[in-house]
Design a protein around this ligand. Structure first.
Ligand SMILES: [Zn+2]
Length: 62
């Protein structure tokens, strides 16, 4: 009888309530274009700064 609200809570926790279109975005500091989270960055999204290898090599001159 009490299992229903528990299952609902588990579903919300695992899904995060986010749709695929609401994946995180960042703006590339080199070309200024927004880019979205990609599967290949799932391990190090926090450290991703540039949208592409080309922009990463170009970098930003401070
Ligand atoms: Zn870029």
């Amino acid at each position: 009888m009490w299992s229903f609200p528990v299952q609902l809570a588990v579903l919300e926790a695992s899904g995060g309530g986010k749709k695929p279109s609401e994946r995180p975005h960042k703006v590339c500091p080199v070309c200024g274009r927004p880019f979205a989270w990609r599967k290949k960055w799932e391990r190090d999204w926090e450290s991703v700064v540039y949208c592409s290898e080309r922009c990463r090599r170009t970098g930003v001159k401070k």
